[in-house]
Design a protein around this ligand. Structure first.
Ligand SMILES: Nc1ncnc2c1ncn2[C@@H]1O[C@H](COP(=O)(O)OP(=O)(O)OP(=O)(O)O)[C@@H](O)[C@H]1O
Length: 897
């Protein structure tokens, strides 16, 4: 159809058999033939100049010549000088006898060598040359189309060289079914029109070239429009795989991008149709050094470089090249895009046959390379913007998470969540810089990745390390995070014990950074990851630093609060006792001696051992010593060694870490730490259990301690005052008190005499207490009678000053007037006979009655309220009333002398 259309488009000048001049009538048949021949040739020559389309040419040619001479079919072949071959260019539309042969399709696309005897003969003749096919078809080197034609009934071939500027450009092939077709006249005619056919062919070729060029331009234009629109890598891949394929015949494509260092490149666009998709999963292939023998060579050339892949040593080639080769690629064309210093991309096209990529392909790639580079750069810029936005929102989210964190546990959860779920980064360790500024202690870690080296990890992670430890020092001294390529550290023989640990995880890199807030180093953080996203990791570290700093500040505030609370308790206690020791009463010789000792020892930090019966004022003296010492600015801390069970005293004294034992839900500071730079008063030291005596001894010797469950040693500066009412020497001899501790404590003993040995102090003490309690109770009692004083002096005071104090307090409460005339001393005094009812053979009720009467007597009949009998009996007043009634006790019973 197309051929026909083209023919009608050509305006033929004349119809065969008629002259232009109607007056001339030619009768001689030979002349008529010549005339006809002249007309046909003229018309053909004229028509040939109008031929633009190649099919028109052959159609025109074969129809015009057939009018003169019969022949079977014709075709034109063109010479390819590069390959020294010729190949069919134009085929006669007239049916050819070989058309139905199965080898015909191959026949018309084949390239035939020009050095065959057949062609050489034609070229030598340089004129239309006829051959009897049977004579030449079996000559070695001659083309097989001769035999095929022969088998289809063709017997003769006429080959005419076509030339342009004296240079053969191809051949006109004409075939005939007998051996008499190509007469001299025929050949002469063909020889005559050969130059016109040649120039028509040249024109067609030129036109085709122009048309092809125009088409290329059109495709390139639309390609460049498409490229201007691409926003993503996928868009770009689409442009390459569809539009570029229109221009260049390739099987697969790939684009690569260099990293920031310009030393490595990796896959950027991967053609999914090929095995190249494996590249995305092939981690070694992800980063390839540029000196791979392809990339570096191609970068040297301005124009695309064609590689015959069969000549490459695949053993040394990068993974992508091997994969392509295995997938059947044999030729590739490589163009490195972008100039020096800018991120450079690589474009690689592959073909299964060598010779696929020629100068045209190279030219096209060259022409699109700057646009391709711009498109890829734009995509990368877009990706970068997107990445930054993602990073920002990611960090924002993390910072929200972190802002809600109050405790270390919450922080751990937040960190693990973000690292594992979002980043696939592992946290081997966070270490915290201790207050000494020299030690890094373990703070948080994830041991799950160290399954293969569990023991090593456990032992390394349990230890505090020095800030000068090689890896930590590198990180602490570097402003920027340090990235350790694990394989590289192994290769260089880094002796650090952490390297094999990291290696055992199979991860590629370790990221080490210092945790820092403002100008203060908090510690170090170590992360393991295959892919380092510096911005994100740095952002995360900054957030973690702030969180840790807040948590630590919080812990310190809590500890401080706890300390304040404890101190507050002591303060209250001290305020309560302030009345007691604002003045130590007693000026007798014994007390004078005590005062001297106090003033001798107070200034120093020496340990003082206070010995004396209960209630003799040991604590009072201890406070007096503290208040006279340079430590008086801080509160004296007291521990009653008899008041707590052994396991609690230990924690009370030394403190404990959170989780040190069941019930240790929080960290607690011990009394020793609390008394730092102050005085620790160890009351009832004689009651201290032996296992604690040894621990106390250690602290007294070393002046340092460890909290229960703690790893760090805490130095303390504490002055010890110990007190006991036991005979410590006897306790040592009985083996109940360690002798070494006794000698440690007995540095400066002060013996407080019992009150019965300090008769001269009884009156001042009694008066002091009368004044104190009358003030406290609001009663206006201002002295005691001589009788009472006498009674007090004759009493033996087993409870010493405390007993006196309590007696006066009780008596004041029972006293009605301004003078204390009545005192109720306990009746069981040594040497005195018991004045209580004789209980032998008495009933329980009788004993109860007698005892209540006795108490009522002592309370001067007061039943309820402070100092009343109900209080002493520890029953409610109403119960006592009903008992009195039930037992028939009358006022006469207890008001009787
Ligand atoms: N010389 C004194 N002057 C005034 N009050 C005193 C004197 N000695 C003791 N006291 C008072 O007696 C009471 C008991 O004193 P303190 O608690 O100091 O005795 P202690 O020897 O420590 O007793 P314990 O061995 O039972 O602990 C306190 O209220 C104290 O104020």
């Amino acid at each position: 159809m197309k051929n026909r259309k083209s023919i009608t488009a050509v305006s033929f000048t004349e119809t065969a058999g008629h002259t232009n001049d109607p007056d001339i009538i030619i009768s001689d048949p030979h002349i008529r033939l010549l005339e006809k021949e002249r007309h046909v040739l003229l018309a053909l020559g004229d028509d040939l100049t109008k031929v633009r389309e190649k099919n028109d040419l052959i159609l025109l040619f074969s129809s015009r010549i057939r009018e003169l001479y019969p022949f079977s079919h014709s075709l034109i072949t063109l010479i390819n000088y590069a390959s020294q071959t010729y190949t069919p260019f134009l085929l006669d539309p007239a049916p050819s006898p070989v058309e139905s042969h199965h080898a015909y399709p191959a026949l018309i696309t084949a390239h035939y060598p020009v050095d065959s005897p057949l062609i050489q003969q034609v070229l030598t003749n340089d004129a239309p040359t006829a051959f009897i096919i049977r004579d030449i078809m079996d000559v070695p080197g001659n083309p097989d189309f001769l035999r095929l034609n022969y088998e289809a009934g063709i017997r003769e071939i006429l080959l005419t060289p076509l030339k342009s500027k004296e240079q053969p450009i191809g051949f006109l092939h004409m075939y005939a079914a007998d051996t008499t077709s190509f007469t001299d006249e025929f050949r002469n005619v063909i020889k005559g029109i050969a130059p016109q056919i040649s120039s028509a062919v040249t024109n067609i070729i030129k036109n085709e070239e122009i048309a092809h060029e125009e088409w290329i331009n059109e495709v390139l234009l639309s390609l460049s429009n498409e490229m201007a629109k691409v926003r993503t890598r996928q868009d770009l891949l689409k442009v390459i795989t569809s539009s570029l394929r229109e221009l260049i015949c390739f099987s697969h494509s790939m684009m690569t991008v260099m990293d920031e260092t310009l030393e490595y490149y990796k896959a950027y666009l991967v053609d999914e149709e090929a095995r190249l998709s494996e590249l995305t999963d092939c981690s070694e292939a992800l980063s390839i050094p540029v000196d791979d023998g392809i990339y570096d060579i191609a970068s040297l050339y301005y124009k695309p470089l064609i590689f015959d892949m069969q000549t490459l040593n695949m053993d040394t080639m990068p993974a992508w090249c091997k994969l392509q080769y295995e997938a059947g690629a044999r030729e590739m064309i490589v163009k490195i895009l972008g100039g020096n210093g800018s991120a450079r991309y690589g474009l690689m096209l592959f073909a299964p046959k060598t010779g696929t990529f020629g100068p045209t392909a190279a030219n096209i790639i060259q022409r699109i390379s700057s646009q391709l580079f711009t498109a890829a750069s734009n995509i990368s810029a877009n990706e970068e913007i997107l990445r930054r936005e993602n990073e920002k929102s990611f960090l924002l989210e993390f910072s929200h998470d972190i802002a809600a964190v109050r405790t270390k546990d919450e922080l751990k959860q937040a960190i693990f969540r973000v690292l594992q779920q979002v980043l696939n980064v592992k946290l081997p360790m966070i270490r915290i810089l201790e207050d000494d500024g020299l030690t890094l202690s373990p703070y948080m870690y994830d041991e799950t990745m160290f399954e293969k080296m569990k023991t090593t990890f456990t032992s390394l992670s349990a230890k505090n390390i020095d800030i000068h430890e090689a890896l930590s020092a590198r990180v602490l001294n570097s402003e920027e995070p340090v990235i350790f390529n694990i394989a590289e550290e192994v290769r260089q023989g880094n002796p650090s014990p952490y390297i094999p640990l990291w290696q055992s995880t199979g991860m590629a890199n370790t990221f080490g950074a210092r945790l820092r807030v403002g100008n203060t180093n908090l510690g170090t953080i170590w992360l393991l990851t295959d892919d380092i996203n510096l911005n994100i990791l740095k952002g995360i570290c900054a957030q973690i630093s702030i969180a840790i700093s807040n948590i630590r500040a919080n812990e310190k505030i809590l500890a401080y609060k706890q300390k304040l609370e404890i101190e507050n308790d002591y303060l209250k206690e001290q305020i309560q006792t302030i009345y007691n020791f604002s003045e130590i009463i007693g000026s007798g010789a014994q007390m004078q001696k005590t005062y001297r000792l106090i003033s001798q020892v107070a200034e120093s930090s020496s340990t003082v051992l206070l010995l004396g019966e209960t209630g003799t004022g040991k604590e009072l003296i201890a406070r007096a010593i503290h208040n006279a010492s340079p430590r008086k600015g801080k509160l004296m801390v007291k521990v009653n060694c008899a008041a707590l069970p052994a396991h609690l005293i230990e924690s009370e004294l030394f403190g404990h870490e959170k989780g040190a034992f069941t019930g240790a839900i929080d960290r607690r500071i011990g009394k020793f730490e609390l008394a730092n730079h102050s005085t620790l008063f160890l009351d009832e030291i004689g009651e201290m259990p032996p296992e604690l005596q040894v621990k106390l001894l250690r602290v007294l010797q070393e002046r340092e301690l460890e909290r229960i469950g703690g790893r760090t040693t805490i130095k303390v500066d504490v002055r010890i005052i110990a007190a006991t009412n036991r005979n410590l020497e006897a306790e040592v001899q009985a083996g109940r008190f360690r002798s070494d501790l006794y000698y440690r404590l007995n540095v400066f003993p002060i013996n407080l005499p019992p009150l019965r040995e300090r008769q001269e102090d009884i009156a001042p003490l009694a008066n002091f207490f009368v004044a104190k309690f009358s003030k406290n109770t609001g009663k206006k009692v201002n002295g005691l009678s001589a009788k009472v004083l006498q009674e007090l002096k004759s009493y033996h005071w087993p409870g010493n000053v405390r007993e006196l104090e309590h007696l006066i307090e009780r008596s004041i409460l029972l006293c009605d007037g301004h003078m204390l005339k009545e005192i109720h001393l306990p009746r069981h005094q040594p040497g005195e006979s018991a004045q209580s009812p004789v209980f032998s053979n008495a009933t329980l009720e009788q004993i109860e009655r007698a005892y209540i009467v006795d108490v009522l007597k002592r309370c001067s009949g007061k039943i309820s309220g402070a100092g009343g009998a109900a209080e002493i009996l520890e029953i409610p007043g109403t119960t006592l009333h009903s008992k009195i009634k039930k037992l028939g006790i009358s006022k006469a019973d207890y008001f009787m002398k």
